[in-house]
Design a protein around this ligand. Structure first.
Ligand code: KIV
Length: 303
């Protein structure tokens, strides 16, 4: 496998028309497998709130949670470019707060870049982060942190005004210095138009094949998250079903004493075992004598 993926490689991919693959990871073993599979970018998405922590939305996810998961993922990566999500309200209040929190994801978590949601209104924050040397990926379209304001998990950009606004947002993020933009749940034609209108790579999720790259939530792709499956997800495996079958087989083996077998157990040298048994017999006799004496004393007390 090649060297570590850099911002320069990602930009060159767009220029050469080579697609970029991105998936989410929240833990070390998954990161290791994604990296070994040659996935270009790994995202520690705040989707971890829903798929790993069982929350209903991404809103309660904190910077501390993101730092901890990013650290675990970092340990599994040698080649991929690592992006960590800025959670809800970690960047919207002030640029200073955004800088402190982004710095934590990079310095403590080990991320190569951060991702944040929002269009033109986030451009000044992105510009400030980029100016101090923090690489930023934008995220527009269906932005899950604004799910209530958007009226639910719905496709975006389907009216002329909404489509024009997304095009304008993408241009504003590019001008602000974002190195890439995630386009989520927008019509394929609009995503393709945005991709052709800006010079930085677009990464689509539910945005058709015309983007420069694609991202999915790994738990969706593996069949590990069953609460809902968006239309844009392709299931590449049924790992949830395989895990369930393994857990049930284990439970049955424990109940029937089939597990552990001799091959999973440790044996003792014969001589040690024999002397332990004679010790145990002797101490068993001592215990028997002691409990006889105790019974006698107890009976005495009752009288
Ligand atoms: O949080 C996440 O996993 C994301 C992807 C869906 C792009 O933002």
């Amino acid at each position: 496998m090649g060297d570590k993926i850099t911002l320069h490689n990602l930009q060159a991919r767009k220029e050469r028309g080579e697609k970029i693959s991105m998936l989410t990871a929240y833990d070390y073993p998954t990161a290791l497998l994604l990296d070994q599979a040659g996935i270009d970018m790994i995202l520690v998405g705040d989707s971890l709130g829903m798929v790993v922590h069982g929350l209903d939305t991404t809103l309660p996810v904190t910077v501390d949670m993101m730092v901890m998961h990013t650290q675990a993922v970092r340990r599994g990566i040698k080649h991929a470019f690592l992006v960590s999500d800025m959670p809800f309200m970690s960047y919207q209040i002030s640029t200073e707060k955004a800088m402190r929190n982004a710095a934590r994801l990079l310095a403590e978590g080990g991320a190569d870049a951060v991702k944040l949601e929002g269009g033109r209104h986030m451009a000044p924050t992105i510009r400030d982060l980029v100016e101090v040397g923090i690489a930023v990926q934008g995220h527009i379209g269906l932005t899950p942190q604004s799910v209530s304001a958007l009226g639910g998990f719905k496709t975006q950009g389907r009216t002329i005004d909404a489509a024009q606004k997304l095009l304008d947002d993408a241009r504003a993020l590019e001008e602000a210095g974002a190195f890439s933009i995630v386009l989520e749940a927008i019509p394929a034609q609009l995503a393709e138009l945005i991709t052709q209108s800006i010079s930085i790579p677009t990464i689509g999720i539910g945005a058709g094949a015309g983007c420069d790259g694609q991202v999915l939530v790994t738990h969706d792709l593996l069949g590990l998250f069953d609460r809902f499956t968006p239309k844009f997800v392709k299931r590449y495996a049924e790992i949830g079903k395989a895990m369930q079958a393994a857990f049930e087989a284990y439970r049955d083996d424990v109940q029937s004493s089939t597990f552990p077998g001799e091959e999973h157990s440790f044996a003792m040298p014969d001589a040690v075992w024999e002397s332990l048994q004679s010790e145990a017999d002797a101490s068993g006799n001592r215990h028997a004598n002691l409990s006889q004496q105790r019974e006698y004393v107890d009976k005495e007390k009752i009288r």
